[in-house]
Design a protein around this ligand. Structure first.
Ligand SMILES: Cc1cc2nc3c(=O)[nH]c(=O)nc-3n(C[C@H](O)[C@H](O)[C@H](O)COP(=O)(O)O)c2cc1C
Length: 307
């Protein structure tokens, strides 16, 4: 028997796989289709203070190696979440991490305070990396504004863990992670979608309702592996802050790569659109792999790549 459990930001996960923010709604559809088998936790859609209708259609376009989306953080808003969604999220069979986004520190703070007040919310994921809104990435783009936001949220989140979701950074992969760890992050999620564009050659227009959007799926996987490996080596490993690796995990080998690069848990997003039962298949592969590597637990393989 291989031990697949993971302790992360105060959460106990039965498996290291986590449904990625925005790709499994608030969990209900996944629950009805798959009973969430194979998943250790789910991250909800990002919640904002006000209800958001999101961007105009089309919001999704299929790409050769993944997907382009510009959903634009459509969500029920904080009041809608508390009144309608939270009771159902609380009753899910696996822990829910509540993602939140905002345009200002004040907005983030109000959402964080409300999350903190709901006892079932054990962890929040602070989304400072969405490429599909005008303000989505602004906090992650400047170390000082990221620090101001996170230091503030840390004081609000006294009980709930603070997970920080960062964007791909080609030039300085570890800088934002360093700021997040210094500000007291309990875990770091890497990466969000990567800004991209797709043009319909017949109409000569964008294939989505917005000029550009975020690329997800297999095409971004190697970019995520490198980012995770660098952040693990430079910041997260020495500080013992766990990483949730995310980006293009379609097969167990992709998840295994993230674990070898330093991820303690692995997010699955686009793969759920292809096959909602994929987490179970990935877990089967991961378990066999750990056994073939002579390990009694998947945890033993975290950060063990010779790179
Ligand atoms: C349709 C769609 C909606 C998303 N919505 C959110 C969101 O609300 N909040 C967030 O932090 N990330 C969101 N993401 C990003 C994913 O959580 C994930 O970081 C990204 O898709 C990369 O992982 P993947 O390649 O496995 O899909 C969304 C992604 C997709 C495809």
């Amino acid at each position: 028997m291989i031990d697949c459990t993971v302790s992360l930001a105060g959460l106990h996960l039965e498996t290291p796989l986590i449904a990625a923010a925005g790709t499994a709604g608030y969990g209900e559809e996944l629950l009805s289709i798959t009973r969430m088998r194979g998943l250790g936790a789910i991250v909800t859609k990002s919640i904002t203070l006000e209800t958001r209708a999101g961007n105009p259609p089309m919001r999704l376009a299929e790409l050769e190696h993944g997907m382009l989306n510009a959903v634009g953080l459509a969500n029920v808003g904080l009041d809608g979440f508390i009144a309608e969604v939270a009771p159902r999220v609380r009753d899910l069979p696996i822990p829910a991490i509540c993602s939140m986004a905002g345009e200002s520190i004040d907005e983030f703070e109000q959402v964080a305070a409300a999350m903190q007040a709901m006892a079932f919310v054990k962890a929040v994921e602070v989304n400072v990396s969405c490429p599909n809104t005008s303000e989505g990435r602004s906090f992650a783009e400047s170390p000082s504004s990221l620090r101001d936001l996170l230091v503030d949220l840390r004081t609000v989140l006294k009980r709930a863990a603070m997970i920080v979701k960062l964007p791909l950074d080609f030039e300085s992969p570890s800088h934002a992670a360093e700021t997040a760890v210094e500000a007291g992050a309990d875990a770091i999620t890497l990466i969000n979608t990567v800004p991209g564009m797709s043009i319909d050659v017949k109409t000569r227009r964008s294939r989505i309702g917005r000029r550009s959007g975020g690329v997800s799926g297999p095409g971004i996987h190697p970019l995520a592996v490198r980012m995770i490996a660098d952040v693990y080596r430079d910041v997260a490993g020495p500080a013992k802050v766990p990483i949730i690796g995310l980006g293009g995990v379609m097969r167990w080998q992709d998840a295994a790569e993230f674990i070898l690069a330093g991820a303690s848990a692995v997010g699955v997003g686009t793969a759920l659109f292809v096959d909602p039962r994929r987490p179970r298949k990935i877990m089967r592969g991961l378990t066999r792999w750990a056994k073939s590597q002579g390990c009694g637990s998947i945890r033993e393989l975290i950060g063990s790549a010779d790179i």
